[in-house]
Ligand binder design. Structure first.
Ligand SMILES: [Zn+2]
Length: 249
């Protein structure tokens, strides 16, 4: 896919995410903003940029037959993240959550996806990087219904603590499973390359496969349960109350 189509892709994602958000937070209907799925700041179109969930740098290392068969954006997965300067503590960071992910996590994700003998020293940052990828995959699939919850806030807060686990991160999220990576393209490995982040929800647990790795995220609600939209009263599990707290405070 040529870069000429990127503005078009950004607009499509913006429109889709706005429609999703308005379902849960109707106040956004008349606004010209969207909530960043990580920091949760309401920002305008020009304050967002396209985010490649698996870094573009890592996609260049895929085998030639894979690169020929599946376009880069499909192999990496796309969403929107803010690119507006962030102030965390008393420091400011250019390019918002998009820049923060690029600096703090993308090099680690690329390390993990490199082929050949596993040579890196596995650290908490690698697990946190995979959790961030997992969370973005979860957001891509279920939208604000999973982002605006207290369990996701734990993960979004972890995003701003890239080196060590926060005390709120569940133990089951502090581990990663890995298998042997595929090294070739074929009909049986197509989904491995084309669908970079696969989400399996089981009630309030999401198991997320990122190529040959897998991590677990806790969910506040099962996002596959239908929500009551017209009833005056509905049981708790059919009602969604968005949590709009910022992630870095
Ligand atoms: Zn953000």
């Amino acid at each position: 896919m040529s870069d000429v189509q990127l503005p078009d892709l950004k607009f499509k994602l913006w429109t889709m995410l706005r429609e999703d958000l308005v379902q849960y937070v109707p106040a956004f209907e008349d606004a010209d903003t969207l909530l960043c799925p990580i920091c949760c700041r309401p920002l305008r179109y020009e304050q967002f940029s396209l985010e490649h969930i698996l870094p573009q740098q890592a996609m260049k290392l895929d085998p030639t037959d894979v690169r020929n068969a599946i376009i880069k954006n499909e192999r990496s997965g796309l969403t929107l993240l803010c690119s507006e300067t962030l102030i965390v503590g008393n420091k400011s960071y250019a390019k918002g959550c998009n820049g923060w992910k690029g600096r703090n996590f993308d090099p680690h994700i690329s390390d993990l996806l490199k082929r050949g003998p596993f040579s890196i020293q596995f650290a908490d940052t690698h697990i946190i990087a995979l959790l961030v990828v997992g969370y973005l995959g979860l957001f891509k699939q279920y939208g604000y219904r999973v982002a605006l919850t207290d369990r996701s806030l734990v993960l979004r807060n972890q995003f701003f603590n890239p080196r060590r686990f926060t005390k709120h991160l569940p133990l089951k999220s502090q581990m990663v499973l890995s298998g042997d990576p595929h090294t070739q393209y074929g009909p049986e490995t197509h989904a491995y390359w084309s669908d970079p982040v696969k989400v399996y929800v089981d009630a309030t647990k999401a198991t997320i496969a990122i190529r040959n790795y897998s991590v677990i995220l806790s969910l506040s609600y099962d996002p596959t349960i239908p929500l009551a939209r017209t009833l005056a009263y509905a049981p708790r599990k059919h009602v969604f109350r968005p949590d709009l707290r910022l992630a870095f405070q």
